[in-house]
Design a protein around this ligand. Structure first.
Ligand code: HEC
Ligand code: HEC
Length: 225
């Protein structure tokens, strides 16, 4: 993993903090007119992977299918648009995004947002690993400029608006895969690179720990915050 000198870290951190203020202002007004019944009909295409209740699934040695239920509709819509446009790449997911027009995307995003979020699930990880994950998630590690997840992802890591997704209760396998993808640059659709800046400072141990701990957490439905 490459290391950056500290002054660069400090500059990046100022960008992060500026980004938080900038992001919080967006309003997905288009989502208000969404048709949940139509969204549910489109979700027939998605259930094989994301499951009927939208809580996703991880199969051993397979690619994790993330939970979408209870995530913010504007966030889900952006990800669908990014997959369709190729700004976010994934061989399993992109063909399905490409099947949807703008209206279908809005409706299916609103439908998943309306479902109860995946509840936190007990972890097999050691108490030590979970304690390290909890520390990173709630307090961060300022000596290494690893910013606490909760400072952006909101109370309980349940998400804030359309820009900071809910990560509490998400499948640990998926969280881990995304952190690795942000770190190595294979996921680069974060508008101002907030996540890659953080993931680049995380060790494999950090990623394992924070993913395991977040998967055990439940938080209120972000779409109703
Ligand atoms: C063949 C399995 C499969 C099907 C079917 C599928 N997806 Fe996905 N989806 C995935 C995978 C795998 C990912 C994670 C991709 C990655 O790692 O970047 C994903 C990610 C997503 C995300 C991003 C979630 C996040 O938290 O960022 C959204 C939104 C999404 N899918 C919506 C849908 C919708 C809507 C449909 C149906 C129209 C659908 N998916 C059908 C496999 C699938
Ligand atoms: C400075 C703000 C900020 C901090 C701190 C932060 N994140 Fe994020 N995170 C974001 C933003 C913004 C996105 C959405 C990027 C996008 O739109 O693709 C995101 C996305 C994610 C995703 C992808 C979610 C999904 O559904 O695909 C994961 C996983 C994630 N963050 C984990 C973490 C973890 C773990 C921490 C703490 C170690 C953390 N984040 C700290 C801003 C932040």
């Amino acid at each position: 993993m490459k290391t950056t000198p500290r002054p660069a870290h400090a500059a990046k951190l100022r960008t992060l903090v500026a980004g938080i203020t900038l992001f919080a202002a967006s309003t997905p007004a288009a989502l208000m007119a969404a048709d949940l019944e139509a969204g549910k009909a489109s979700a027939a295409l998605c259930v094989a992977c994301h499951q009927a209740d939208g809580t996703g699934m991880a199969v051993p040695n397979g690619e994790p299918w993330p939970a979408l239920a209870g995530m913010d509709a504007g966030y889900l819509l952006k990800q669908l648009q990014d997959f369709k446009a190729g700004a976010r790449t994934n061989a399993s997911m992109q063909p399905f995004a490409q099947m949807l027009n703008d209206e279908q995307m809005r409706n299916v995003a609103a439908y998943y947002a309306s479902l109860p979020p995946r509840a936190g699930t007990p972890s097999q990880a050691s108490a030590e690993l979970l304690a390290h994950g909890e520390k990173l998630a709630l307090r961060g590690d300022w000596d290494r400029y690893v910013v606490a997840c909760v400072s952006c992802h909101g109370p309980g890591n349940g998400g804030v608006g359309s820009d900071f997704p809910r990560i509490a209760g998400q499948l640990p396998e998926y969280i881990k895969a995304q952190l690795i993808a942000y770190r190595d640059g294979s996921r680069a659709n974060d508008p101002i690179d907030l996540m890659s800046a953080i993931a680049q400072r995380m060790t494999d141990h950090d990623i394992e720990a924070v993913s395991a701990w977040l998967g055990t957490q439940s938080a209120p439905n972000s779409s109703r915050n």
